[in-house]
Design a protein around this ligand. Structure first.
Ligand SMILES: Cc1cc2nc3c(=O)[nH]c(=O)nc-3n(C[C@H](O)[C@H](O)[C@H](O)COP(=O)(O)OP(=O)(O)OC[C@H]3O[C@@H](n4cnc5c(N)ncnc54)[C@H](O)[C@@H]3O)c2cc1C
Length: 281
């Protein structure tokens, strides 16, 4: 097996173009497990580890730019992320345990494309753009269009994910990330979700975003629930109706981690927890 260590992004892109059968290595917390278990048997590996230019986190205009190689530790400890998009900091702080957070990257989490990837519903709820580059140039892909099916993405063979553009919230909002797993740490999610809420002065909902993970092949936005809640004053009855609409928007499956029935129940619990916290119901 050939192991390539490019010293710059341009060099990495040239290698990517030349070696279509190579796999890209970031923190290796998913890839190394897959290679060890012979799920993957690549002919070549292109390591991005030395590309410091892909690990920055900074505000640019009305967006937060996060490099693909930013680790979960960097993101969860970033003051900008904590202040502007707190659910992302929280999701990264709940991934695996310290060792995994120190090595695992946001780019790897997205490209591993597991339905249980904890950052995925957050990126979906924030209408994030995925920045991808090849020797031919750069393109920006809506996160909602990035996955085409179970563990499938629109990334071309010659492209590398270089980062994420997170539009900063315009209005003050309440936002949360919740994860339900078997334990408090080292637990892959049974269900997790990101919720964002803005209410006007009369406490009427003016913006609501909800995205869940581990309830289908790819992360899902609860579009019908979002539509239903906008314009409503939160009440017991509205929350109950929202939970019922949400339950019909997802089609979870039974697998080794949980049952479809439990996942559907948990999705409602997370939504209820978030809405009740705001409405003091
Ligand atoms: C013990 C353990 C616990 C874990 N717990 C959790 C958890 O709680 N929640 C969770 O979501 N995940 C968890 N994971 C999974 C994993 O740690 C994360 O998905 C991590 O973010 C992967 O990032 P990485 O940098 O290690 O990716 P890698 O393993 O290096 O790569 C993963 C995949 O992404 C591709 N890739 C990586 N970077 C790029 C890029 N820039 N462009 C194109 N392709 C790229 C690789 O080719 C590979 O296919 C756990 C893993 C372990 C081993």
């Amino acid at each position: 097996m050939n192991f390539y260590c490019p010293k710059s992004l341009n060099e990495a892109l040239e290698m990517r173009a030349r070696h279509a059968d190579a796999v890209v290595l970031a923190g290796g917390t998913d890839l190394c497990v897959q290679i060890r278990n012979a799920v993957l048997t690549p002919n070549a590996i292109i390591s991005l580890c030395g590309l410091k230019e892909l690990s920055g986190i900074q505000v640019e205009g009305d967006s937060l730019l996060i490099g693909a190689l930013a680790t979960h530790t960097q993101i969860s400890q970033s003051h900008i992320v904590q202040k502007k998009t707190a659910p992302l900091a929280k999701a990264c702080a709940e991934i695996g345990a310290r060792q995994i957070q120190n090595r695992g990257t946001i780019g790897g989490n997205v490209m591993n494309a597991s339905p249980a990837g904890d950052t995925l519903p957050v990126l979906l709820a924030y209408d994030v753009l995925v920045l991808v580059r090849s020797v031919a140039g750069q393109r920006e892909i809506m996160f909602s269009e990035f996955y085409t099916g179970y563990r499938k993405t629109v990334l071309a063979k010659n492209e590398i994910v270089i980062g994420f553009r997170v539009p900063l919230p315009v209005l003050p909002e309440r936002a949360e990330f919740y994860k339900i797993g078997t334990r408090k740490a080292q637990a892959i999610s049974k269900v997790m979700g990101c919720f964002r809420l803005v209410c006007d002065d009369s406490r009427r909902v003016s913006l609501f975003r909800a995205a869940l993970g581990s309830v289908s092949a790819t992360p899902v936005r609860l579009s019908e629930t979002e539509k239903f809640l906008v314009g409503q004053m939160l009440s017991e009855q509205i929350v109950t109706q929202a939970i019922s609409i949400a339950a019909n928007e997802i089609s979870p499956i039974d697998d080794v981690r949980s049952t479809a029935e439990y996942r559907r129940h948990c999705a409602g619990v997370l939504l209820e927890r978030f809405l009740r916290a705001d409405s003091k119901l």
